[in-house]
Design a protein around this ligand. Structure first.
Ligand code: UD1
Ligand code: MG
Length: 457
């Protein structure tokens, strides 16, 4: 297909009143990414194979600065237009008039609160433009069409979209509905949208009216049928949770088809950017925050919470492990139960198996960190680093007071409090020497018994 230029306009100026939030609706997150971010990602994906230039315009209103910031993290070319009054979807699109006036083959109008839109649907709509359609409306068939604009078709062409409030009883029986998203030929987009009037029951400028305007001009207008979830709009937190569930279900399926075993998929939660290689096994009840990568052969045991971490090949994590940002496990490393690792490199084959906190640290290859070892990285004001060499053994319940360096092959005796550098292959003891007092236990028992008896008199 010849390359076609495209302008995508994302409408994100809505009030979002029903979210009952101090934050703009489109900034609420699914899988750790704002709703509008999901839309931007789908748009970017839909653009790639078709054209050399793809422009993005975002129409913002409430919380404009924060929305700009969120979109700016994903797209460095997006332009922003403010819609100061909420006068309808056509009015919103015209806020980006300057962008619309530029020559583009295709114009896509999408909503910032439909996070489950897929690139395949956007591409399908653009494909129809490439084949000669002038407007392509993304229709869908919801179980309950109440509230949606109805698609009025004649001989395979779309002749009008009638909003629920303006529809006759007969029209309300139609189940093919407007998903809200639309692709327009760049030749006609500005002219058609500018011609929309607000003579309807809501007194709003409806984008949907371009359909009857285009039809009257003899243009080729069609509707395509996209999967329902693609056009689900989020209006309140219950719908946010439902969309999260749908997103997670999609991701779990994708992950499993790519070769990852999930024993209880419905209990594993991914972030939008989680990357997992084939032949990873994930046990039940695991949560992935953002920025996690997992290499092949890793096993993530039940009830682990992981964010900002890299988990190397053939490692073992959990059960009940917490990997925080900057945790990096080299191959065959183990981080076991009730361990927390933050901003730390755990070397190949190293073991942190029980009840430890390792933060701001490097642990060398094949080193063993005993149960309950703590890197004391914080003095209440500043953070300090602990460096532990390879093939070392840190005995259980030791406190390592950073800044600290422990050399290769060192032995740290259990229960030590280590404050000074330990040179390679040294044995470090940082605890009081044990004293045994013969027979003293019996004397103690008699003494305590007497005290109790005197109290009970
Ligand atoms: C719209 C469609 C309807 C469709 C439904 C699908 C119109 C006239 N109607 O109705 O046919 O079935 O979506 O969900 O288009 N927005 C602005 N500025 C405005 C008005 C809206 O930015 O002045 C944004 C909103 O933030 C939202 C989107 O446009 O993201 C859609 O607006 P909304 O009010 O939800 O339209 P619906 O009544 O749902
Ligand atoms: Mg809506």
């Amino acid at each position: 297909m010849a390359s076609r230029s495209c302008l995508t306009i994302i409408l994100a100026a809505g009030e979002g009143t029903r979210m009952k939030s101090s934050m703009s609706k489109v900034l609420h997150e699914i899988a750790g990414l704002p709703l509008v971010g999901h839309v931007v990602k789908a748009v970017q994906g839909a653009g790639a194979p078709h054209e050399e230039s793809s422009d993005l315009a975002v129409v913002v209103g409430r919380g404009a600065a924060d929305v700009q910031k969120a979109v700016g993290k994903i797209s460095d070319t997006a332009r922003f237009y403010e819609q100061t009054e909420r006068l309808g979807t056509a009015h919103a699109v015209l806020a980006a008039r300057e962008a619309l006036a530029e020559p583009h083959d295709d114009v896509l109008v999408v909503f910032g609160d439909t996070p489950l839109i897929e690139e395949t649907s956007l591409r399908a709509a653009r494909g129809k433009l490439a084949e000669g359609a002038d407007i392509v409306v993304m229709g869908f068939r919801p179980e309950n069409p109440t509230g949606y604009g109805r698609l009025i078709e004649q001989d395979g062409k779309l002749v009008a979209i009638v909003e629920e409030k303006d529809a006759t009883d007969e029209q309300r029986k139609i189940t093919f509905c407007n998903g809200g998203l639309m692709a327009l030929s760049g030749k006609y987009a500005l002219q058609l949208i500018s011609a929309v009037k607000n003579d309807n029951s809501k007194g709003e400028y409806y984008l949907t009216d371009v359909v009857k305007l285009a039809h009257a001009q003899g243009l080729n207008v069609i509707a395509i049928d996209v999967p329902v979830e693609n056009v689900i709009g989020i209006n309140n937190r219950a719908e946010l949770a439902e969309a999260e569930a749908l997103w997670q279900a999609r991701k779990r399926r994708d992950v499993m088809f790519s070769g990852v075993t999930l024993i209880a998929p419905e209990t594993v939660f991914f972030a939008h950017d989680t990357l997992i290689e084939a032949d990873v096994l994930i046990e039940p009840n695991v949560f992935f925050g953002t920025k996690v990568t997992v290499e092949s052969g890793a096993v993530i045991h039940a009830f682990s919470h992981i964010e900002g971490a890299h988990i190397g090949a053939n490692t073992s994590v959990g059960p009940f492990a917490r990997l925080r940002p900057g945790a990096k496990l080299a191959e065959k490393a183990k981080v076991g139960n009730f361990c927390e690792v933050k901003n730390a490199d755990i070397g190949a084959g190293a073991k942190v198996n029980h009840l430890s906190y390792i933060g701001d640290a490097t642990v060398g290859a094949d080193t063993n960190i005993g149960a309950g070892v703590i890197t004391c990285n914080y003095d209440g004001y500043n953070k300090f680093k602990t460096t532990i060499g390879s093939n070392a053994f840190v005995g259980s319940n030791s406190a390592l007071i950073a800044p600290l360096t422990i050399g290769n092959g060192v032995y740290v005796a259990s229960g030590s409090v280590i404050t000074d550098e330990v040179p390679e292959n040294a044995l470090a003891l940082g605890r009081a020497r044990q004293v045994n007092k013969e027979g003293r236990a019996e004397i103690l028992r008699e003494k305590y018994k007497a005290i109790k008896a005197s109290k009970n008199k």
